[in-house]
Design a protein around this ligand. Structure first.
Ligand code: MCN
Ligand code: CUN
Length: 800
């Protein structure tokens, strides 16, 4: 047999994109950059009515009466819904993601400022808003509890007296680790450092607020819901269970989403109310919240009061960590996290260190504040855990007079310890921590920075260098351990090849800006050699995608990305069988190279995946047991979480006259395994670092003593801009996950998790000449100034 010359397949597609992994511009940007995205508020459904929500002006009060007669008389109003309407439909309360209940509309009492009291449905949104003013609600004020530390006082007002027999504001106690062993280790340690700290209440504040359009077809009984949500399939099941509508008659569509950051995981009262409005009027009803409503009433994040303790030997070997947490969950326990973990994944507070013992106790309490608790790129409370341990390590360094980088290098887990089971039961899949930290120190020029700092201190200038090292656990399930309201965390995926070799990939996860249309196409491209531009990624529509639990906890790449890879591998295996049939050879004779199967030793004899797809749809006689067409469907149940990690170094200058902090440099070395699209990964890291600067320096959803939320607008709740951010310096190391089919780990929340402690550690380091040991976020100029004067800080004021 004579062989023709065979050339290696091209590594770039006809459109100039990489085949498989690599930098490419985002496919979705073609429409976004032209202003042609379809966000919820862009959608117009024929006959659509508009809704607005009346909210409580006070934090805690009994509702004496609600008079809606004037609003109902408004010529453009079609319906006014109150708690009484909902009670008649048995919809006044809905389950939260933590299996608590939340009032859809307040009936007996209002429990936080901004709580939903009534909804008006009108012909246009202006009339709906106007009619809110016509509703007369009489409130009988009750004393509010806004401070979690006071919520458990015996004489504190009971917020959740809707639950019969409830006499306090206690929600749960949860513990992890080994208390007895930790106590032993602490008793024997040379050095113990203790610090109380608050991770303040912050808000994910996505660019697009939340909203929905609900359309109930009275003839077919079919409910169509367009909504800004990160988990459409979970929403569908919850609607079915709550409203009693058969699940096959519900379609949830998530259109383009302008940022989620955890804010769009849950179901808000407004969504249920829009459905009720549509049932009552027989018309589609749109409800979109404004910025104030978003900041005051939707899922907040953090609000963790933590007391940390760290134990070590005199020569700097860390032995143990203990933490006591008071977790403020607001008026309803609406945190989104796996059922087994009421404190989320906080028990990863052992961080990246090789400890002998660890123990934590978390107590959840109700307060008169908006519900939520896990949102804002949090990895289910890993944010709080990383902050705690990284502050404690710095406090220990300070106590021992050790360099914080050296202390970390001495105590970080070593590569040979992986897979490593932590003292609170996590199995970290893979890691090379010292390599990442050394790389960050190299990029930063760490020794040179310390020298510069010494010089500046001599001149009275305040410069600080802060380090943080974090390990995350992302990609929930496995489903046997993790669920939301009983739905196990696994994800379906369907890959279909068209006869011409172009492909369609259907996902259960839901992008909110992370670029899934691009990266998931790249994953399939990597496995099948099909150009990424020829792979259409479909998501965000329960009627057109397989079931799965959606996007949060950076789980898309670890779970759904694995599903896509396995689906593509199955298609490749099937293509091999078909190629063998077509070439009349054995599958063992075939070898794979990007995009094609060919005969070993004779590369000219082969079939590209497109050729195979045509054969699979054609008349070729297929071997026994092989079905026509070329597709695969997978449900992926991850064996474990993936454990990305990173080393961050922040350099700040503090103005000793004003307390103003300037982040001068920020070095971030992240390891998320191989990067599908390095440009998108860097974008994720840049965004998360900006989040971290925002939280560390300027953000807090604050309340006054009466429970008034003083963070309800962007005048009070500050978002970081490019003015507050340096030019990020990023680096990477690559440690594949041993259990993900492509070694990928999640990255979406890493930088938000890892950066706040680096910034705070830097500021505290800068304030060393003033003897400041700790100061809580946000480190606004006023708070830094107070810390410098040795005075208590203010966390009750948003802008200072
Ligand atoms: N990626 C990659 N290589 C890897 C890991 C990830 O190329 N090794 C790519 C992914 O394919 C995906 C992106 O990076 O395009 C993020 O992937 P992943 O870490 O899997 O996170 P998710 O897609 O599940 O996104 C969720 C995560 C969360 S929980 C929050 S909160 C957050 C975040 O993503 N919200 C965001 N980043 C956000 N980015 C934007 N623009 N908008 C949000 O709302
Ligand atoms: Cu907690 S914010 Mo993201 O997991 O959606």
């Amino acid at each position: 047999m004579t062989s023709t010359q065979h050339t290696a397949p091209s590594t770039t597609s006809p459109a100039g994109n990489p085949i498989g992994f690599g930098r490419m511009l985002r496919k979705e940007d073609a429409r976004f950059l032209r202003g042609q995205g379809h966000y919820l508020d862009d959608l117009v459904v024929p006959g659509m009515l508009h809704a607005a929500i009346l909210r409580s002006p006070v934090a805690h009060a009994r509702i004496v009466s609600i008079d809606t007669s004037q609003a109902e008389a408004h010529p453009k109003v079609r319906a006014v819904i109150t708690g009484a309407t909902l009670e008649s439909l048995n919809l006044a309360w809905m389950p939260t993601l933590s299996a608590d209940v939340q009032a859809v509309l307040a009936t007996d009492k209002v429990r936080f400022q901004g709580q939903e009291v009534a909804m008006v449905v009108a012909e246009d949104k202006y009339s709906a808003r106007d009619a809110l003013e016509l509703i007369d609600v009489e409130y009988d004020d009750l004393p509010p509890v806004v401070d979690a530390r006071k919520a458990l006082d015996p004489d504190a007002p009971v917020i959740r007296d809707d639950v019969e027999g409830r006499t306090d504001n206690h929600i749960f106690d949860w513990e992890a680790g080994d208390k007895a062993r930790a106590d032993e280790v602490f008793a024997a340690a040379d050095v113990v450092v203790t610090q109380e700290m608050l991770y303040p209440r912050v808000h994910p504040a996505p660019m697009e607020t939340c909203g929905t359009i609900a359309s109930m077809d009275r003839v077919t009984g079919r409910l169509t819901v367009w909504s800004t949500n990160q988990a459409p399939h979970a929403h569908r099941t919850i609607y079915a269970l709550v409203a009693g509508i058969p699940e096959h008659n519900i379609q949830i569509i998530s259109p383009d989403i302008g940022g989620g950051f955890g804010n769009k995981v849950g179901i808000y009262p407004g969504y249920v109310l829009a459905v009720v409005g549509s049932i009552l009027t027989g018309k589609p009803v749109k409800w979109v919240e404004d910025r104030g409503e978003n900041l005051m009433s939707t899922s907040f994040a953090r609000d963790y009061h933590m007391k940390g303790e760290i134990a070590a030997t005199r020569d700097g070997r860390i032995l143990g960590v203990r933490v006591d947490v008071l977790a403020d969950h607001g008026a309803f326990n609406g945190t989104a996290q796996p059922t087994k973990f009421p404190a989320g994944f906080f028990h990863i507070f052992t961080g990246s260190y090789d400890l002998e013992a660890a123990y934590c106790k978390v107590t959840g309490v109700y307060t008169n504040k908006a519900p939520g608790g896990v949102a804002y790129a949090c990895s289910f409370r890993i944010t709080e855990a990383v902050y705690l341990v990284e502050r404690m390590v710095d406090l220990l360094a300070d106590e021992l007079g050790a360099d914080p980088a050296e202390l970390r290098l001495k105590n970080l887990l070593r590569p040979e310890q992986f897979p490593y089971v932590s003292k609170t039961g996590w199995e970290y899949d893979s890691g090379d921590y010292p390599r990442a930290l050394k790389k960050a120190m190299e990029i930063a020029g760490y020794d040179e920075l310390r020298r510069e700092q010494r010089e500046k201190r001599e001149r009275g200038e305040l410069m600080g260098i802060g380090i943080s090292f974090f390990t995350e656990g992302v990609g929930a399930g496995p489903r046997k351990h993790m669920d939301i309201l009983g739905l196990g965390m696994a994800d379906g995926c369907e890959l279909r090849l068209h006869p011409t070799g172009k492909a369609q990939l259907r996902l259960s996860v839901q992008t909110q800006g992370q670029g899934h249309e691009t990266t998931f196409a790249q994953i399939v491209s990597h496995e099948l050699g099909i150009p990424p531009e020829d792979i259409d990624v479909i998501h965000g529509d329960t009627s057109n995608t397989p079931f799965g639990l959606g996007t949060y906890g950076s789980r898309s790449t670890p779970v759904s990305g694995a599903a896509a890879a396995v689906a593509a591998q199955r298609v490749r295996d099937k293509a091999r069988v078909i190629t063998a049939a077509a070439l009349e050879c054995s599958t063992d004779d075939l070898e794979w190279e990007q995009g094609r199967w060919y005969v070993k030793g004779d590369p000219s004899q082969g079939k590209t995946i497109a050729e195979v797809s045509m054969l699979a749809h054609g008349t070729l006689e297929l071997p026994e047991g092989v079905e026509g067409h070329l597709d695969a469907s997978v449900v992926y149940d991850p064996p474990n979480l993936t454990y990305p990690f990173g080393a961050y170094i922040c350099v700040v200058d503090v103005d000793s006259g004003t307390g103003q902090v300037t982040v001068r440099r920020f070095i971030a070395v992240d390891d998320c395994g191989p990067r599908v699209n390095p440009m998108i990964v860097e974008g994720q890291v840049h965004g998360g670092l900006a989040d971290g600067v925002g939280m560390a320096l300027m953000q807090v959803i604050a309340f006054d003593e009466d429970g008034n939320c003083v963070g309800g607008s962007f005048m009070d709740y500050l978002l970081p801009t490019s003015m507050e951010c340096p030019s990020w310096e990023t680096g990477e190391t690559v440690t594949p996950s041993p259990h993900h089919p492509l070694g990928l780990k999640g990255i979406g929340e890493s930088a938000t998790v890892g950066s706040p402690p680096a910034v705070v550690n830097a500021v505290i380091d800068a304030l060393e000449p003033y003897g400041v040991r700790h100061a809580d976020m946000p480190l606004t100029p006023a708070n830094v100034w107070m810390a410098m004067q040795g005075r208590p800080m203010r966390t009750d004021l948003a802008v200072q």
